[in-house]
Design a protein around this ligand. Structure first.
Ligand code: NAP
Length: 323
């Protein structure tokens, strides 16, 4: 019997239950995949706590990589033995998962399953932030919060490739070193220093062109004050908590700012867009131009520990679960 990590009632990490679970044969249009690695993402925390609602029970996780065991009727171009990966499909904290075939991407040879599972969700997120939400302009300056996080380290590399100057924030000297190694130009510890003052000084009072804010509640106000007139606030997460309701009229005196709250699902709307983003990310990993740092590996049985580490700010880069 295979196993999976389920949530039967929302709550703290302790509600993550490792149980016997088998998804059965694949339905029409789906493939049964033996999972070799599952990506851990903050969105998994939101489903576990109930911040994002779901019909319970759920198998947690929405990113992984593995090997096709069987395909359902109507599936073409996939065979048992193929190595595949996916993102934004529920049910990946598992030894076996049934995944819609149109969500599966072939893992390029030379890219280990762990790297594919580590880079799909956060890599495609960094890709749409840099290339679609606000197409990067060489010479611009960006502020990236949680710069040593899973998205953060990938976002820095992609921005630098486009010629953007990157100012990053993080909470420790170790994380600062990782963000600098990824290419950040300046790093500020936002738990000990005022990042708005630092940005003001480093941009000679002009402010940054764009802020990528995945931290939310604790950074949002400072992020707005770090922008230059007509700059763009990209609020794409809430690791410190949700941003309270906001009066849009405030954007005017702050400098006619733009604000967006994007999600990956809206930037992989169809198969073509999924292939574009996944292809760009995986080929960059394959040719070595994008480095994915797996900071922590946990056994599937220790999913609760992985969540404690992620929520406790004790992680850097990517966290994965392995069988
Ligand atoms: N909208 C989208 O399409 C999309 C896609 C992927 C991820 N996201 C969001 O992006 C955010 C980052 O996701 P991730 O998986 O890459 O996580 P992560 O950045 O690897 O981990 C979260 C980091 O946030 C920082 N943080 C600041 N205040 C925190 C607090 N009070 N509690 C916990 N962490 C805090 C910590 O870094 P420091 O210790 O350096 O402060 C922590 O390591 C999440 O909010 C996630 O939901 C959004």
């Amino acid at each position: 019997m295979s196993h999976a990590v389920l949530v039967r009632q929302t709550g703290g990490p302790e509600v993550l239950a490792y149980e016997e679970y088998d998804p059965g044969p694949p339905a029409a249009g789906a493939a049964r995949v033996k999972v070799s690695a599952s990506g851990v993402n903050f969105i998994d925390v939101y489903f576990r706590t109930g911040l994002y609602p779901a019909d319970l029970p759920i198998v947690v996780g929405r990113e992984g990589a593995g090997t096709v065991e069987a395909v359902g009727s109507g599936v073409e171009g996939l065979s048992p033995g193929d190595r595949v990966c996916w993102a934004m499909v529920p049910g990946s904290y598992a030894e076996v998962a049934n995944v819609p075939a149109d969500s599966l991407i072939a893992v390029p040879s030379g890219v280990p399953d762990e790297a594919a599972a580590a880079v799909m969700l956060q890599g495609m997120t960094a890709h749409y932030l840099v290339h679609a939400t606000r197409p990067a302009v060489a010479g611009d300056t960006a502020l990236v919060h949680a710069a040593a996080g899973g998205v953060g380290l990938l976002l820095i590399q992609m921005l630098k490739r486009e010629g953007v100057r990157v100012i990053g924030t993080c909470s420790t000297a170790e994380k600062a070193a990782l963000a600098m190694a990824a290419g950040a130009d300046q790093i500020i510890n936002y738990t000990t220093d005022d990042f708005v003052d630092a940005v003001t000084g480093w941009t000679a009072g002009r402010g940054v062109d764009v802020v990528y804010d995945s931290v939310g509640e604790s950074t949002f106000e400072g992020s707005l004050r770090s922008l230059k007139p007509r700059g763009m606030m990209v609020l794409f997460g809430q690791s410190s908590g949700p941003v309270p309701s906001f009066d849009l009229n405030r954007l005017n005196p702050l400098g006619s700012l733009f604000v967006t709250r994007p999600s990956l699902v809206h930037y992989m709307r169809d198969r073509a867009e999924l292939e574009l983003r996944a292809g760009a990310v995986l080929s960059a990993v394959a040719d070595g131009s994008l480095r994915v740092r797996i900071g922590q590996r946990f056994a599937l049985t220790d999913a609760a520990e992985a969540h404690r580490a992620l929520e406790g700010r004790r992680t850097s880069g990517k966290v994965i679960l392995v069988g």
